[in-house]
Design a protein around this ligand. Structure first.
Ligand SMILES: CC(C)(COP(=O)(O)OP(=O)(O)OC[C@H]1O[C@@H](n2cnc3c(N)ncnc32)[C@H](O)[C@@H]1OP(=O)(O)O)[C@@H](O)C(=O)NCCC(=O)NCCS
Length: 153
């Protein structure tokens, strides 16, 4: 398997992004939410991961605000998990952000999401807070995580 990461193209990738959201989240972003978010080209960005130059099997999207990157979503297709693809996406994102002078990456994750918490911990993120009852359906706390990039600049 050859995997590569590249910037998302809304036109090419929208169907794959909708599928990934639906397969990956209890409250997935709808097609319209994805279009609205990723059309804000100066605010919102996304990377996709493809295998064998074709199939879209993962993505992450973020906003860059005053030197801080806020990760909105990260998902890998269920049939392609535990193959290092989320790690690959996060490494690519970290390198890209560092080269642009980003100071830190922030994100929230459901407190029960053990897979994501382990992934982020392995990638050097630190827990910096909690947001009680942040999520709905089901109601759940968010764990706030941060990774400082300052030492890499
Ligand atoms: C969380 C998610 C993105 C991980 O994607 P992935 O491609 O399977 O992750 P990777 O293969 O890159 O795993 C890297 C490391 O993360 C940890 N990890 C990933 N999935 C795990 C799981 N199910 N259980 C325990 N640890 C896990 C492991 O430490 C793993 O390293 P290892 O395989 O050498 O043990 C994927 O499970 C997913 O899309 N989940 C649904 C959406 C989601 O929860 N997104 C995060 C919201 S913030």
């Amino acid at each position: 398997m050859v995997a590569n990461v590249e910037r998302a193209s809304l036109r090419r990738d929208i169907d794959g992004l909708v599928e990934l959201e639906t397969l990956s989240f209890q409250r997935p972003w709808s097609r319209q939410m994805l279009i609205d978010e990723l059309s804000k080209v100066s605010v919102s960005e996304a990377f996709v991961v493809r295998i064998n130059q074709d199939s879209l099997v993962g993505y992450c999207s973020w906003r860059l605000i005053e030197g801080e990157l806020y990760l909105n979503n990260l998902a890998i297709h269920p049939e392609h998990r535990r193959q290092g693809l989320a790690r690959l996406l996060l490494m690519h994102l970290t390198q890209d952000a560092t080269s642009r002078g980003v100071r830190s990456i922030m994100l929230e994750v459901r407190s029960s999401n053990a897979a994501a918490l382990k992934l982020y911990w392995r990638m050097g993120f630190k827990r910096v807070g909690m947001r009680p009852d942040y999520y709905t359906n089901p109601v759940e706390d968010a764990v706030l995580l941060s990774k400082s990039l300052a030492q890499n600049c």
